[in-house]
Write a protein that binds this ligand. Structure first.
Ligand code: NAP
Length: 389
């Protein structure tokens, strides 16, 4: 009798766990995905989560996840509540795990897909991961009768050059050769393929603009892109003008918006920018003021020189004295890559997001001091490595 009762109890626990793991999050060992996980856990949804992690075993995957969530200020008690059954080991480069994990995948109700190779440099894994692996994953999920939403994280920059700013959400993309880098080309291609070839996938695409820091943690979890601002002010030169607006959002705001888009029972659209838009974007000059105040220095102001991408090379002689020891070739390459996007001078319209009841983001100038404080221990070239891993 006891034995039967135990078997029944253990079966119930197993079923409950499976039912509980209804939200699958990918990319949770990264910047955006880590912040999404932290938000979901803070909202009391930890038990509902299943994480796709690259790891040999669920235990190793859980350790990798916990290490990242600590950077996102998730407490030890909450980390202890996560367990290896919530880790699904898998890689978009080799998708044989999709077959192995089919049963668990078919019980998922929402996916938030943050996993990608998010790099502006030439990385041979960009296309295999961001297009082929992501498509295989989306195709497997499209066969599920239980899936209510597949929220795919794209990038606003996949719209390509020559758009009118503010850029409105559109499914039209330029040809891949017109895209500035392979990364944006891959992000455009996967959206196109999922829409055209997977009609049964309950697809919603969220395209964040430029994600920099966190309102309370600054650059603790990632210094991605913040080093570009530091470098511009240290060199007193970059390719954008002081009066040009830049569309920046903090990662915690982006995560809140993603969670709402994943869980809201119905949405008016299937494509959203997550961006500062016209009202919350700051000019480079305003950022200079706030940055200088946080540093306890005078703004660059009148000393600032807007240079053309071709003239960036002239700055190389000053690199060491202004930004510290660095490989000038790497710094120059990084500045060129990022200046390409800065020169587009885009704002991304966010009216659709606001109409869903999601509040406007904070302005970058409201939390730039937190980013400055959390970066003080790190040289600019060292922080640059976040984007060239
Ligand atoms: N950061 C931004 O400013 C920004 C702006 C717009 C859009 N986005 C989009 O947001 C998403 C997340 O970007 P992020 O900045 O958070 O990037 P990130 O910090 O580099 O994180 C990328 C995540 O994807 C995972 N991943 C990479 N290759 C994988 C593979 N082969 N199989 C499975 N998972 C893999 C990584 O896992 P490992 O830890 O195992 O490497 C990591 O968890 C991307 O889709 C990106 O396009 C980012």
């Amino acid at each position: 009798m006891n034995n039967l009762a135990e078997r029944f109890a253990s079966a119930t626990i197993r079923v409950d766990q499976d039912v509980a793991h209804s939200l699958l999050l990918t990319g949770a060992t990264g910047f955006l995905g880590g912040s999404v996980a932290a938000r979901l856990i803070a909202d009391g949804r930890a038990a509902a989560l299943l994480f796709l992690v690259r790891a040999a075993t669920p235990e190793e995957g859980l350790e990798r996840l916990r290490d990242n969530l600590r950077l996102h200020a998730v407490g030890e008690d909450e980390l202890e509540c996560l367990n290896p059954q919530q880790i699904l080991c898998g890689d978009f480069l080799d998708t044989r795990w999709l077959q192995r994990e089919q049963a668990r995948l078919m019980r998922v109700e929402q996916v938030i897909n943050c996993a990608a190779v998010a790099s502006f440099s030439k990385n041979p894994n960009i296309w295999p991961v961001n297009v082929e692996g992501t498509f295989a994953f989306a195709k497997a999920m499209s066969r599920s009768g239980r899936l209510k939403r597949f929220l795919h994280v794209g990038t606003a920059m996949s719209c390509g050059p020559q758009r009118e700013s503010p850029v409105r959400e559109s499914w039209d993309f330029p040809d891949a050769e017109q895209q500035l880098v392979d990364y944006t080309a891959s992000k455009a291609e996967i959206e196109r393929r999922m829409r055209e070839q997977l009609p049964d996938l309950p697809l919603v695409v969220a395209r964040p603009s430029i994600v920099v820091g966190h309102r309370e943690l600054g650059c603790q979890a990632s210094g991605s892109i913040f080093w570009v601002f530091r470098m511009g002010f240290a060199l007193e030169s970059f390719t954008c003008g002081l009066d040009e607006q830049i569309d920046v959002i903090p990662v915690d705001y982006c995560a809140e918006a993603l969670v709402t888009l994943a869980l809201k029972p119905s949405l008016a659209h299937s494509l959203y920018h997550i961006s500062a838009g016209h009202d919350a974007a700051c000019t480079f000059g305003e950022i200079d003021q706030a940055y200088a105040e946080a540093q306890g220095e005078a703004p660059v102001g009148a000393r600032y020189r807007k240079v053309s991408p071709e003239d960036l090379r002239e700055l190389a002689g000053d690199f060491e004295s202004r930004i510290g020891k660095a490989n000038p070739r790497l710094v120059l390459r990084a500045l060129r890559l990022y200046s390409g996007f800065a020169d587009l001078n885009y704002l991304f319209d966010n009216q659709r997001l606001l109409d869903e009841g999601i509040p406007s983001p904070p302005r970058f100038t409201e939390y730039v001091d937190v980013c400055v404080r959390s970066s003080q221990h790190l040289s600019i070239p060292a922080q640059m490595q976040w984007d060239f891993k």
